[in-house]
Write a protein that binds this ligand. Sequence first.
Ligand SMILES: [Zn+2]
Length: 432
Amino acid sequence: MTQAPRIRLLTLFFVVMLLGLAWLSQPIMAQDYQRLNLELPERQINNTQSQQQTENFSPELREVRYTLQRNQGLGHALQIVADNGNLLWRIGRHENAHYFTRLRSGDEIIMWLTADDELARMELNRSPTLTYILEMNEELDKGMTIYAEHKEVKTRIVMASGEINDSFYLGVQAVGASPRTIMNLADIYSWEVDFVRELREGDEFTIVYERRYIDGQYIGDGAILAAQLHLKHRNRTINAFRFEHEGELLGYFNENGDNLRKAFMRNPINYTRISSRFQRGRYHPVLQEIRDHKGVDYAAPTGTPIYAAGDGTVKFRGWGRGYGNYIILQHAGRYETVYGHMSRFGKFKQGQRVKQGDVIGYVGMTGLATGPHLHYEFRINGVHHDPLTVEFPGGDPVAKELQPVFAQWAGLLNAQLRRTDPSITQLAKLFE
Ligand SMILES: [Zn+2]
């Protein structure tokens, strides 16, 4: 790409973003930001919805719903319609017949019948945004129209903040975020924070995220645009700003443009507890002698998936004395990770490439182990490091040419995040 179009693109991107933000800064004000859950506004929206529906068609029409069972088709739904003799055949001749003939069990056909039980209208909600509609035209000698209606998804940006008390999940759920948003938030921070070991009661979070609506009805959450996690006990605050460029998600970055994603996952497994830490001179329970423990043991049930901590190649897959079934992954440069005591291997063979997060095997207790656990080692230039504390190389930071755009974007989002903090008003005022 030459310099001129790139600058033009950047400018365009900038304008679009600022327009978006002018709009964004509005809905986050007073009525959208709340520490309580968001039930009330939704109930109101539902009321107006049902009113709209009854106004849609003439009141003398009767609404009937039919859910298809296994091996049923449109003919079953139409049995309630009077004079349905050749109706199925006539629908079948329409150019859009497939909207109503390619059906599966569980599909709900909504029919509106006249006083004489003749079909006036039929609908099938194929997805939240796509409805198939059939309308009978009395004037046109019982002709019919079959068409698709696409609904627009509207996004509102809301902000919520709260405190973690019982658990991270409950804390975020209490402010009205969907399970998906909770998982997304955990994902965004999973590289920086170990949710099992590091979160404490009283830690705080703030999220700016999208809520999606069709016809004013809430259908689910969209992306998290910005988040802040405040680990009170460690006096540490971690910001995360979503950054997209030309429609592509580049990732979540902190205010300095550092990628929150690292080249390695801190824990290559969802574990129940850490049964043994990295240490020099540990009494080995099976060998019954003093040895260094050169990794971390994660206790987890047999069969728990083990993930590749980072992108790399399977350098070794096989049996080792002590390790049992084990795998060594070779990562870019000088890094190696080792996974021991597996009950069985995943699909990746020696020499094959793996991506971060691929399942390379399953927890077991092969080799020298007293119970099912993953023995995990992290080596740099062949030297063992503590996997729980070693500094990981980061993912790609914001590219140099995008830094000015990112700085603007992060600055605006950061101002929104800080609106919860009464001591900071200066920055936020700029966007009111
Ligand atoms: Zn171990």
